[in-house]
Every structure is written in structure tokens, then in C-alpha cells.
Design a binder for this molecule. Structure first.
Ligand code: NAP
Length: 316
């Protein structure tokens, strides 16, 4: 039988949104309890160098940045718990969270910062080269491929935006798509087709990523033509996989308003969800920016809003 805990504020998730919420909430004397989840540090814990987080003129490794955020949250007075939420009940207050280890947490307010996961192609070579030429974020990693040829996989808004972003940096950008038309908005398509550095490769899928081991680096991608079955290799030094993200919201299904892709809906300019006292920050409610710094920003907003809400309830 696990323990029962009662806290004023619980935070689910340990990416930049969760840790920033914990720092602000701890400094507001809310003594927050942060449940770290399956992958402490979130998506940044599995990236390599981060060059775009302000305050770090030299690149910092993603796992180190996240460890520093965790340390800062602890130092400010947040309690971090290495456990995973397996059930959440938001229909009654206090809200209830059941942890994998058997503990139950009751909280007056909850900040959901469970993030989203990039979808990957699922190739073994993709996992081997992730962080060494294979990336899920052009804004984060495009800079490392200046004046080099790269490929983007996908046909949605993200793939097209990433291709346009990369065209400003890279020598050549191939957009590899499994069909012969894009699902991206027309205005983005027009921009894409007007960009001479971008070459669409229609009706093709990536079969394998090829490269060297020492140093570990991508030298090309093997493509298969879905109509003819022909296989050919494209010489690129980077592959950006932009085939969508899955927000980690299964626990909140039928309890919170979500959009058709499962992202938590928050009130405009706020982190408030459809349940009073429940706030959502970071990628779990943001499919547009998906940056560490924007996640941190919404984490701060969520803590400030939770603090205000608890005060209004007479709980803070
Ligand atoms: P998305 O719209 O779901 O598009 C995913 C793309 O990846 C599709 O073209 C899909 O091909 C392809 N794909 C999926 N699985 C694949 C696989 N295994 N192998 C090869 N290709 C695969 O995802 P998204 O582009 O990330 O956008 C997500 C949401 O965010 C959308 O609602 C989008 O509008 C929004 N968003 C908007 C903006 C903007 O408006 N500026 C920017 C970014 C994102 P098919 O087309 O054949 O299905």
C-alpha cells in the first residue's frame, strides 16, 4: 500500500515547462511537488548540444541543461519525485494522481507539463544517428548544417516550415514526402515552391540513413520510390524528421478539452484548461513553437496563474 500525500500544487513533467513552473511556484511558497515522469528532463534529456537557450554563450548539452534546471528547482524548495503518474482524476477536488510506485497525491491545483514526443520513422539507423545528423527540430539544430545539403521528411506544416528555415542556412534542402501533394497550408506551399534551394522528392520514403561511425556522422539517406520500387541514395549530411508529434495527454482524455490531435486546449493568452485549477504548459499545449524557452515561459505563466487561483480559493 503506497503513501498518501496532500499538496497544494502538483506538477506533472520535468522538461523546461515543468521545472520552470516548479521554480516559480516554490518561490511563491507553494511547496510544489513535481513528478518527473518516464524521461526526467523531457525531450532535451535526449538531445546533444543546445545553442539557443539564452544565458549560455557556449553550447550546453541538453541533459546538463535539464540537470541544472532540476537543481535550481530543488534549491528553490520544490520537491522532485522520480515516479510516473499512471492515473489522474480531475473530476473532483482535490485532484488525485496515482503514481506507478503506488503513492497517491492529492492536490488543490495541478500543472500539466507532460510534453510531446516527436514521431520518428522507426529505423534502427535513425536511432543510431539521432543527435549526429538526425534531428527532430530544425530551429534547434539547423545551425549545425550551415552550407551543407540536408533532407526533411514529411508533408505537413512543420516539414514545410522546417524546409524553409533550413533553406536560409543550408546549401540544398530536399523535401522527401511519401505522396505527391502536401498537406501543409497553401501559403506555405507557395513559399516552398518559390524557394530555389528546396527540391521536393515526391512519392519517396526513407529506407535507411547511411553514415560513418568514427566520427559518427550522416553522409546520405537511402530512398525508395513508392511507385517503381527503385532505391537510390541522396547525399545529405543532415536529416530532419518532421512527421508530427504526439502530445502526452492519454491520462487526461475525457477530462480536459483537447484539440483533434490531443493537445490540451488552454484559454487564449493563458495556461488555464477547461477544468478550473488545472493549468497546462509547454509542448503539451503548444504545437507551434515547441522550444525550450517558450515551454519555460508558459511554465512560468502556469505557476503564476496557479498561485493566483489558489489565493482566490483561499488555499494559498
Ligand atoms: P502533420 O500535419 O500531422 O503532418 C505530418 C506529415 O508527416 C504528413 O505529411 C504525413 O504524410 C507525414 N508522415 C506521417 N507519418 C509518416 C511516416 N511514417 N513516414 C513518412 N511520412 C509520414 O504534422 P505537423 O506538420 O507536425 O503539424 C502538426 C499540427 O501542427 C498541424 O495541425 C499543423 O497545422 C500544426 N502546425 C501549424 C504550423 C503553422 O500553421 N505555421 C506550423 C507547425 C505546425 P501524409 O500527408 O501522407 O499523411
Amino acid at each position: 500500500m503506497g503513501r498518501e500525500r496532500r499538496v497544494r500544487l502538483a506538477i506533472l513533467g520535468s522538461g523546461p515547462a515543468g521545472y520552470t513552473a516548479a521554480i516559480y511556484a516554490a518561490r511563491a511558497n507553494l511547496a510544489p511537488l513535481l513528478i518527473q515522469g518516464l524521461q526526467p528532463g523531457g525531450q532535451l534529456a535526449i538531445t546533444t548540444e543546445v545553442e539557443n537557450f539564452p544565458g549560455f554563450p557556449e553550447p550546453i548539452l541538453g541533459p546538463e541543461l535539464m540537470e541544472r534546471m532540476a537543481e535550481q528547482a530543488r534549491r528553490c524548495g520544490a520537491e522532485l519525485v522520480a515516479d510516473v503518474a499512471v492515473a489522474v482524476e480531475l473530476r473532483e477536488r482535490p485532484f488525485r494522481i496515482v503514481l506507478d510506485g503506488g503513492d497517491r497525491v492529492f492536490c488543490d491545483a495541478l500543472i500539466i507539463a507532460t510534453g510531446a514526443q516527436a514521431r520518428w520513422l522507426g529505423l534502427p539507423s535513425e536511432a543510431r544517428f539521432r543527435g549526429f545528423g538526425v534531428s527532430g527540430c530544425a530551429t534547434c539544430d539547423g545551425f549545425f548544417f550551415r552550407n551543407k545539403p540536408v533532407a526533411v521528411v514529411g508533408g505537413g506544416n512543420t516539414a514545410v516550415e522546417e524546409a524553409l528555415f533550413l533553406a536560409r542556412l543550408c546549401s540544398k534542402v530536399f523535401l522527401v514526402h511519401r505522396r505527391d501533394s502536401l498537406r501543409a497550408e497553401k501559403v506555405l506551399q507557395q513559399r516552398l515552391f518559390a524557394e530555389p534551394k528546396i527540391e521536393p522528392v515526391w512519392n519517396h520514403v526513407v529506407e535507411e540513413i547511411v553514415g560513418t561511425e568514427e566520427p559518427r556522422a550522416v553522409t546520405g539517406v537511402r530512398l525508395r520510390d513508392l511507385r517503381s520500387g527503385a532505391v537510390r541514395e541522396l547525399a545529405v549530411e543532415g536529416l530532419f524528421v518532421a512527421i508530427g508529434h504526439d502530445p502526452a495527454t492519454a491520462l487526461f482524455k475525457n477530462q480536459l478539452d483537447m484539440d483533434e490531435q490531443g493537445y490540451i486546449v488552454t484559454a487564449p493568452g493563458s495556461t488555464r484548461t477547461s477544468v478550473p485549477g488545472v493549468f497546462a504548459a509547454g509542448d503539451v499545449q503548444d504545437k507551434w513553437y515547441r522550444q525550450a524557452v517558450t515551454a519555460a515561459g508558459t511554465g512560468c505563466m502556469a505557476a503564476l496563474e496557479a498561485d493566483r487561483w489558489l489565493a482566490e480559493q483561499g488555499s494559498a
